[in-house]
Design a protein. Structure first.
Length: 363
């Protein structure tokens, strides 16, 4: 997902002028720097990917009873364990929860069991501002040939955001139930409460919703830390990003640029003195690769979560905005690592990852 850190936020951090917010900490307490750094110090270097099984086109298809695919998930996480991954970033679905809260939570619990079997501790994303504006429970569309993320959906849908009174009541229940049900589950690393708030030019709407998500997450009183990713979406979102930096327990960010840009981002975000994870990277055409970027993240002990694992129905091996309807796969993959039969797009990449993770700890 094509977002990068806003340069204005870099300036705010560099000058030590992060905006203070009266809303911070009203419902539960933000972790102190000492708490956050102590939590991070006892973990191995966190390396994994944004995970959606190849048989699911989106979050709804992953978590719905009719299409939840534990056999495929177990097979794919076996491959992830063999590579050396120890975490996964996984998107949830309020659509599935609204249909049946227990359906989502039962499948989450089963998924966590598969992860534990493979020494993987995932973290979950609750909301997302990217891709298709509307969604519904039930059968999901088939992929459009050669189109990147042709079925991924915003969560919540844009139409629901018109009535914030009803939406906020619904989402507060969703947050408190899901986070509250797993608040002490040691199989979960942390909660990534909102992916790229303000993406695709909906920052004004997202700002007010995002502030509420921190409140609702704190109300659930999780034992795990909470975060939302810091991304570049234009100067109109400076206030939004400053709020994130003042309320995250740990800081997460997205960067699809080269190694030099990663170094700069790490330099500035380190000024916040909190654990740091890059929860989206790796777009080969932009020279964000395992060979160039992963060594930088290891050097600084920044968590490394690339986009995509097994190329499947999301088709994120195709590039943003460059449909290739006549091709089974692009010559140069954009995201993803393996084909559905487990063979890699690049054996050199897999060898690089394994070499960098050779002595890394496991859960």
């Amino acid at each position: 997902m094509k977002m990068h850190l806003n340069k204005t936020i870099l300036a705010i951090l560099a000058c030590g002028l992060v905006i203070m917010t009266a809303e911070a900490g009203r419902k539960g307490k933000r972790w102190t720097e000492e708490q956050a750094n102590a939590w991070y110090a006892q973990l191995p270097w966190l390396v994994g990917c944004n995970y959606n099984p190849a048989t699911a086109i989106n979050q709804i298809e992953m978590w719905s009873d009719a299409t939840y695919d534990p056999v495929q998930i177990d097979k794919e996480l076996t491959w992830a364990e063999e590579i050396g991954f120890n975490t996964m970033r996984v998107f949830l679905s309020s659509v599935v929860w609204e249909h049946n809260p227990q359906e989502l939570k039962n499948n989450m619990n089963h998924f966590l069991g598969i992860c534990e079997k493979h020494h993987i501790r995932p973290f979950f994303v609750l909301l997302d501002d990217n891709w298709l504006p509307e969604s519904s429970y039930g059968k999901q569309p088939e992929p459009q040939p050669g189109v990147h993320n042709s079925g991924w959906v915003k969560d919540p849908a844009l139409s629901l955001r018109k009535d914030t009174v009803q939406l906020y009541r619904f989402l507060r229940r969703y947050f408190k139930d899901v986070i509250g049900s797993f608040r002490n589950d040691k199989r979960i690393l942390f909660w990534d409460i909102y992916n790229e708030p303000g993406a695709q030019h909906i920052g004004v709407v997202s700002y007010h919703l995002m502030k509420k998500t921190y409140e609702w997450a704190r109300e659930a009183r999780p034992s795990q830390p909470i975060t939302s990713s810091i991304c570049e979406m234009g100067p109109e979102n400076v206030k939004l990003q400053a709020f994130q930096l003042e309320n995250n327990d740990i800081n997460t960010y997205h960067n699809y640029k080269d190694a030099a840009d990663q170094e700069q981002m790490i330099k500035y975000l380190r000024m916040a003195n909190r654990p740091l994870l890059c929860t989206e990277y790796m777009a080969r055409k932009f020279n964000s690769t395992f060979q160039t970027v992963l060594p930088i993240l290891k050097k600084h002990r920044v968590g490394a979560i690339n986009w995509g694992f097994v190329a499947g129905k999301t088709q994120t091996n195709f590039a943003w905005g460059e449909p290739l309807p006549d091709k089974k796969e692009p010559e140069l993959w954009f995201h993803d690592i393996l084909r559905m039969d487990g063979t890699p797009f690049s054996q050199e990449e897999v060898d690089t990852i394994k070499a960098l993770l050779k002595d890394n700890g496991r859960f």
